[in-house]
Design a protein around this ligand. Structure first.
Ligand SMILES: C[S@@+](CC[C@H](N)C(=O)[O-])C[C@H]1O[C@@H](n2cnc3c(N)ncnc32)[C@H](O)[C@@H]1O
Length: 247
């Protein structure tokens, strides 16, 4: 089935498409202390929730890029409902192809570092698009402990797809960045994020009993429920990292 449809189905109950609960994200946004009217680039912006919250607090303007037609459509609908006059543009494209001469006050990529081949490539790409003195945010999983071969195989991942929390923090040093703040998830954040995927899949199948994709939706939900409960919950965590680019 269409990958973007599957992602849309499992994220139906969530505006924030990463394992961080809303209240923690709000405090994180408070800390950013962006200039009013600052320019922000959000790569893999999901439903545009982060940009809208930044706009509410800092009147930011900016660009959100996403490859999912469902997400870009949600971005536009959410903006129209909550900040119709905000100068925020949504680009429906592969962010890997996005090129610009602009230097933003804040660039971010949360939960989509594969666009640049991992967190190292993400920091390299975002650093180039950030003003001196600006901020870069990466949202990235990290290993709590060494993943078992069974887990890696079941989730079709390599050990080096992700790093440790400390490695994610120190990765900024390679690009002259200073990691100024980290926010990590806990079991409540992860359980909320993962289990609502199962709930949303069940909601969809109930509401669309004749959809030929249902078997795949159920199979996928069951697979990732097992992967999460058996391995991921105690092996992988999620962090938001704020890096500062020198003036
Ligand atoms: C885990 S979600 C995170 C969304 C959002 N950053 C958030 O935290 O709510 C990853 C997002 O990256 C988008 N994405 C995946 N590959 C992409 C690509 N090559 N270019 C742009 N967006 C992409 C997906 O559609 C999805 O919205």
């Amino acid at each position: 089935m269409d990958f973007w449809k599957l992602m849309d189905v499992v994220h139906k109950r969530q505006l924030i498409m990463n394992p961080m609960r809303s209240t923690k994200l709000d405090r994180f946004i408070d800390l950013l202390d962006l200039p009013q009217g600052g320019r922000v680039l959000d790569v893999g912006c999901g439903k545009g929730e982060f940009l809208l919250r930044l706009n509410k607090l800092y009147a930011i303007t900016g660009i959100g890029i996403d490859k999912s037609p469902y997400c870009v459509s949600d971005c536009k609908t959410n903006k129209e409902a909550r900040a119709p006059d905000a100068d925020i543009e949504y680009l429906f494209m592969d962010a890997a192809d996005y090129k610009t001469e602009e230097r933003f006050d804040l660039t971010c990529c949360m939960g989509a570092s594969w666009i640049y081949g991992g967190i190292r490539g993400t920091l390299e790409a975002l650093t180039k698009m950030t003003k001196p003195g600006g901020l870069i945010i990466a949202g990235e999983p990290y290993w709590l402990k060494e993943p078992s071969p069974e887990y890696l195989k079941a989730d079709e991942m390599e050990r080096d797809t992700f790093h440790t929390h400390m490695e994610n923090v120190l990765m900024g040093d390679e690009f002259g960045l200073t990691c100024g703040y980290t926010l990590t998830s806990d079991h409540e954040d992860w359980d909320y994020y993962e289990s609502l995927h199962w709930w949303s899949a069940a909601d969809y199948v109930d509401a669309n009993p004749d959809d030929p994709d249902n078997a795949e939706i159920i199979k996928n939900a069951k697979k990732y429920r097992e992967v999460y409960l058996k391995w991921a919950r105690d092996t992988l965590n999620w962090g938001l990292y704020i890096y500062r680019k020198p003036v």
